[in-house]
Ligand binder design. Structure first.
Ligand SMILES: [Mg+2]
Length: 403
């Protein structure tokens, strides 16, 4: 029997905004655009939902439903990506078997590490929830079950800040009284067809057998029986890790751009090391003041998880992309073509590489213990002067001084 967690961050985009701007708490908040924009609501908080606002509703419809003190924000995707990565990194501290399925959702197979928690899945889930709340200021809902679908359904039942544990062997009993639309994949198209066959609850699937030949019939029968229908992909390596940032003001200053690029590269490398991955490809992205965006990539001589290799490549690419004096709006770095790092690397250079690996590991450990700015590289000194920081790093989105 496996024990699977599905962890889902509650109202992710809105929660991140409320975490960094406490004055927003308690007010209806919609992320996606301004109240008169033509777009849709990407994420309403619970206060806005109380007025009937839903995800994907037109912003103007939401504005009509909400009182005048409601707040509308366009959203900041690099900030959300940063928070997503922070949460995922916490999950990797608990188990290496993490499968991130979206920016705010991940499955964890905790079967092999429950003994650290005296076999108690709820103790472990509560510890994860507490860490995420303390370190990121976000609440998450967790579903625990012996398979993914059941864990996902459980996580959706008590939001926000929920924890629902389905004991082993009770999956069928737990699912039977729930409405069939809680099953992932049952959408507006399938639901009327199921209703027409007299299937309203998950348990109805078993008393009114569907045509077993159809994929949906086999899938729903499996779900209703509490059986695993999809396997977790433990060995799936994420395709890439990237970090970018939009400058508070368009800039020409080469040193500042390089300093920022180093910091972003460092963030990518820390994530690589934490997840025991190495990257073979480095890509640089630059957006100019006129919004034209250019990218350039290179393949490293050998896969690496280290700043010295990856920044050298990134810096070289940046030089190729900045031939003329155009103001830069955004800079970003992506590492891809990832593979697992195995503990015993064959060292061809007499252990020098191994020494540098250990140096980076020591720095990671020191920064983890004493905060990011406890030990700094000279190249990021410009950022240190310009931005506030916390244990995790610099707040690139809130400059201390005018840049
Ligand atoms: Mg969510």
């Amino acid at each position: 029997m496996h024990t699977i967690f599905l962890l889902d961050i509650d109202c992710f985009f809105a929660s991140v905004e409320m975490a960094i701007r406490p004055e927003l708490r308690g007010k209806p908040l919609c992320i996606g655009g301004n109240r008169n924009d033509r777009g849709i609501v990407a994420c309403p908080n619970y206060e806005a939902r109380a007025y009937g606002v839903t995800t994907a509703m037109p912003l103007r419809t939401a504005a009509a439903l909400l009182p005048s003190h409601a707040v509308f924000l366009p959203g900041n995707h690099s900030l959300y990506a940063e928070y997503s990565e922070r949460v995922m990194n916490i999950l990797y501290d608990f188990t290496p078997d993490v499968e991130q399925v979206s920016v705010d959702e991940a499955y964890m197979d905790v079967t092999g590490c429950l003994h650290f928690w005296r076999g108690s899945a709820s103790c472990m889930a509560l510890a994860i929830k507490e860490r995420i709340q303390q370190q990121c200021g976000l609440s998450v809902s967790v579903g625990v079950a012996s398979n993914r679908v059941c864990a996902k359904i459980a996580a959706g039942l008590k939001k926000p800040d929920g924890l629902v544990v389905v004991p082993h062997g009770e999956e069928r009993k737990f699912l039977a009284p729930l409405p069939i639309e809680v099953v992932p994949g049952v959408g507006v198209k399938t639901l009327p067809k199921l209703h027409a066959r007299g299937i309203f609850l998950v348990g109805d699937v078993l008393s009114r057998p569907l045509v077993q030949q159809s994929w949906i019939g086999r899938y729903l029968t499996g779900v209703a029986n509490g059986k695993e229908t999809q396997r977790m992909q433990y060995d799936r390596v994420e395709k890439s890790i990237s970090r970018d940032t939009t400058f508070a003001r368009d800039t020409l200053e080469r040193d500042f751009i390089l300093s920022t690029l180093y910091y972003l590269t460092e963030r990518c490398c820390k994530t690589l090391r934490r997840r025991r991955h190495r990257a073979a490809t480095v890509t640089i992205k630059v957006r100019f003041a006129d919004f034209t965006t250019v990218q350039k990539q290179t393949t490293l001589p050998a896969s690496s998880d280290r700043e010295d290799d990856i920044f050298t490549a990134a810096q070289h690419l940046l030089q190729l992309l900045l031939p003329n004096k155009q103001f830069i709006r955004l800079v970003g770095v992506k590492v891809s073509n990832l593979s697992y790092t195995y503990s015993q690397q064959l060292e061809l250079d007499g252990g020098k590489g191994e020494k540098i690996d250990r140096l980076y590991q020591r720095i990671d450990a020191l920064q983890e213990k004493h905060g990011y700015t406890a030990i700094r590289w000279g190249i990021t000194q410009l950022l240190h002067k310009s931005f506030a920081s916390d244990a995790e790093g610099y707040h690139l989105h809130s400059p201390v001084y005018e840049l």
